[in-house]
Ligand binder design. Structure first.
Ligand code: ATP
Length: 579
């Protein structure tokens, strides 16, 4: 208890480490894992997703029961202190009761763990009994900490980094050994278990700790580079494996013989949000594997990427089945860390990639795909990849050293990220002319899946394409367009239309619709504004969306002009530079 009080008061990291070392020295190896979780304010490693879930109201009732005081008095005290831990501390100070049982870490941990696991009917009452009995048996100081822990206000300021330092000093007398402990933590994401192995079996046992199925590995991260030149420099004369940086959610997929689990970038268990992904992984004829991938929301019609925000519909608590239907995803795999009992993290990146490619060839990759990759060794090719990536809705590029091993939890230049320089939602909507379409698939059979839009180039009296739009349409809109466009359908591209896109059907440039977009990007495939900003590049809209307005009041020549697009692009650049 004294250690806790000291830790709470100190602001010095060195002093904090010393207090921790002292505490760990006194702790038997059998419970050191629990002590490590408790000082971090948790009961289990984060990926197990165990939460105490005690509402304020219930906590107040527990204090009232333990202190034998009226609930209104406790509430009054709470209003004064502003913290339920301090409230119970004060309430119990005035109690004149003998402490019936010595409070042990075991008792606290077990009771809280039971509380966390209480679910279903009657669980609230059981939680109340468990917590109030703990508070009743504790001293006012002990109960204060217990309540702070329960409410998540136990702010001891102990970072993982400090605990790792303390473990190194306590069990090896040498802070330099923190790197071994850190590494073990990075591949297991479970500091409690790491502490226990160290305390019980010593440092060498930690060295032999391997990647374990169903324990998420702390993700390898990328350093940022400012431009293509820096990215190439960082490769130190070698080629780089250049991949699209997809704008989705990073996921670590653990497939065992009996279950599949998905972990987020922050290592939360997100399995229940993606039953479709689980099903696709279960179909693989592989016993055990760990993959890293980016889950990306896609337009079910065109398979084009949708912005990351669309994916957030998949994170809802209820209606998961409907979300699966409404927001289809594709899993883009970019790494493999484990396969059939083998830890692959020390293989060079391209070897790991080759293993995934083999799996992709041998197995049915329904819903799964490999992240696009190209080996690049010069600025020009890198910039080409960058433009393509941005045009199809990616955030930019990831550039990886082909020989790099997977360094769990590290942010280093073995992986760099090159993001597009700006991100600003276009304030204005644009009015564009329908010039072609792709037929719909799945739910949109018998309608159009995506529509090709063009802006007007007054100088040459040509409609130049600038995007394909597939979102923002209601069923009524789709029916309407199907009928309306049939009247102006052509067997080939209209002579006044300029595009490099291949469409299923073409139209006379007649109908103008309004779209919104997140930004304008350089594009090698849309010719609107070709060469105005960069040679051989036109301008495209990123994430275009139909606003629902058909501009019947506009002639096609009144549509947003190519020159306007160019000046919008320049404005956008300026606003980014300013910010
Ligand atoms: P950011 O905000 O840039 O996504 P971050 O801190 O989450 O940063 P970084 O390692 O810095 O992570 O950037 C890489 C991130 O990009 C990954 O976490 C992953 O979600 C995403 N990503 C998209 N495509 C890839 C890819 N091909 N390879 C690796 N990561 C990718």
């Amino acid at each position: 208890m004294d250690t806790f009080e000291n830790m709470e008061k100190t602001t010095s990291r060195l002093a904090l480490t010393d207090y921790l070392v002292e505490l760990l020295r006194k702790t038997p190896a059998s419970i050191i894992d629990r002590v490590v979780y408790l000082i971090q304010g948790k009961l289990h490693p984060d990926y197990e997703g165990v939460e105490l879930g005690l509402a304020e109201r219930l906590a107040t009732r527990a204090i009232s029961l333990a202190a034998g005081m009226d609930i209104s008095f406790i509430e009054q005290l709470y209003r004064k202190t502003g913290d339920l831990g301090d409230t119970v501390g004060k309430a119990l100070q005035s109690r004149n009761q003998k402490i019936s049982e010595k409070m042990t870490v075991e008792r606290v941990y077990q009771t809280l763990d039971k509380t966390a696991n209480c679910i279903g009917p009657g669980s609230q009452e059981t939680k109340l009994k468990l917590v109030s009995s703990l508070l009743t048996d504790g001293s006012s100081r002990e109960s204060r900490y217990i309540m702070k822990f329960i409410m998540g206000t136990l702010r001891l300021g102990i970072a993982e980094y400090t605990i790792i330092d303390a473990l190194a000093v306590c069990f090896t007398d040498n802070k330099a050994n923190r790197t071994v402990i850190q590494k073990a933590y990075n591949i297991s994401s479970d500091l409690g278990t790491v502490a226990k192995i160290l305390a019980r079996d010593g440092l060498d046992s930690l060295k032999s700790l391997r990647v374990t199925l169903h324990k998420p590995i702390r993700p390898m991260l990328a350093e940022r580079v400012r431009n293509a030149q820096e990215a190439i420099e960082r490769l130190n004369g070698h080629s780089g494996a250049v991949e699209y940086k997809l704008d989705g959610e990073r996921v670590q997929i653990h497939k065992g013989r009996n279950k599949v689990e998905l972990f987020s970038r922050r290592l939360e268990n997100i399995t229940k949000h993606y039953p479709d992904v689980v099903e696709a992984i279960q179909k693989l004829k592989i016993g055990e594997l760990i993959l890293e991938a980016e889950i990306v929301a896609v337009n079910s019609q065109t398979n084009e990427f949708l912005p990351f925000q669309e994916l957030m519909h998949r994170r809802r608590k209820h209606g998961i089945e409907q979300a699966v239907e409404g927001y289809p995803v594709v899993i883009y795999i970019f790494d493999i860390l484990y396969l059939e009992s083998k830890d692959l993290t020390s293989l060079p990146y391209l070897k790991r990639r080759a293993i995934i490619e083999n799996i992709a060839i041998e197995q049915n990759f329904d819903m799964l795909a490999l992240v696009h990759q190209k080996i690049v060794n010069n600025i020009e090719d890198l910039e080409k990849q960058m433009s393509r990536a941005i045009e199809i809705g990616c955030e930019g590029l990831m550039i990886k050293q082909p020989t790099s091993v997977y360094r769990a939890g590290a942010r280093e230049f073995a992986w760099t990220k090159l993001k597009r320089e700006y991100r600003s939602d276009l304030a204005d909507t644009l009015d564009l002319v329908i010039v072609g379409a792709l037929y719909g698939r799945g739910r949109r059979v018998g309608k159009y899946g995506a529509i090709l839009l063009a802006s007007y180039d007054a100088d040459s009296d040509i409609f130049r394409s600038t995007c394909k739009v597939g979102t923002g349409f209601t069923d009524e809109h789709l029916d309407f367009f199907y009928k309306k466009l049939e009247e102006i359908q052509l067997p080939h591209r209209h002579p006044r239309v300029d595009t490099r896109m291949h469409m299923d059907v073409w139209f006379e440039p007649k109908i103008v619709i309004e779209v919104s977009a997140s930004e304008i990007t350089l594009s090698p495939s849309h010719p609107a504004g070709l060469g105005a900003i960069r040679e051989k590049y036109g301008l495209a809209l990123r994430f275009p969306k139909f606003t629902g307005r058909i501009r019947e009041d506009k002639n096609p020549e009144d549509a947003t002009a190519v020159a306007e697009l160019v000046s919008m692009y320049k404005r956008q650049l300026r606003s980014v530079k300013k910010s």
